[in-house]
Design a protein around this ligand. Structure first.
Ligand SMILES: N[C@@H](CCC(=O)N[C@@H](CS)C(=O)NCC(=O)O)C(=O)O
Length: 205
């Protein structure tokens, strides 16, 4: 059996969270290495692309959260075997990466510059992507994004919408998902109640 070590920030969210849930669902033991921001600063240059998450498989470093999600998702029955459904799943995963990219562009800004950038984000890319994801959920049948069952795409959307609804970002109203993509709020509730997700968070409390 391979040895897995996943390194990411010590938050119950972000790019590593769907991978952690998928590992747990797959019943695969992994070292959940959680680092502080100063610790990241110290190890940053040792990672392949100066970023996390990093998955080590028997000591060999793998990067790119979506690729890792697919890999672990396959082992946990959370990735479609059908090619078209896999494409649907991948489309969602990559759209979420785009959202992260636009959000990260506002990090480090302060004061009025932050407010302006966040308001532009809310009216622009964030609304466009939330609306698009709402449509993709409808395409998937309304409950899940692909395969008519829980996949890593659902986990990644759930992690993002949960964060938005928690109001973690200044100047991004906590009701943006409700206003722009109400189906995603229902989706978030559905995924958070999924027994595999509940079982994972039971290990965190
Ligand atoms: N495409 C990469 C992006 C990784 C990434 O940007 N990670 C952020 C944390 S969520 C990071 O480590 N950023 C480091 C930095 O900007 O210095 C992935 O999906 O894993």
């Amino acid at each position: 059996m391979s040895k897995y070590k996943l390194t990411y920030f010590d938050i119950d969210g972000g790019r590593a969270e769907p991978i952690r849930i998928a590992f747990h669902t797959a019943g695969i033991n992994f070292e959940d290495k959680r680092i502080s921001f100063p610790e990241f600063g110290e190890m940053r240059s040792d990672t392949r692309f100066n970023s996390v998450p990093v998955l080590e498989i028997d000591g060999a470093q793998i990067t790119q959260s979506n690729a890792i999600s697919r890999y672990v998702g396959k082992m946990g029955g959370l990735y479609p075997a059908d090619d078209l459904q896999a494409l649907y799943c991948d489309e969602v995963l990559d759209a979420l990466e785009d959202i992260s990219h636009y959000i990260v562009q506002t990090f480090g800004l302060q004061g009025e510059a932050l407010q302006l950038a966040r308001e532009k984000l809310v009216d622009g890319w964030l609304s466009i992507y939330l609306r698009g994801l709402d449509e993709l959920l409808t395409r998937g049948g309304g409950k899940y994004f692909a395969d008519n069952q829980l996949t890593v795409a659902d986990l990644k959307v759930f992690v993002q919408t949960r964060s938005l609804c928690a109001g973690h970002l200044d100047y991004v109203p906590a009701d943006i998902v409700q206003r722009v993509a109400p189906n995603l709020v229902e989706h978030q509730k559905r995924i958070s109640a999924d027994q595999r997700v509940v079982a994972y968070y039971a290990t965190r409390s």
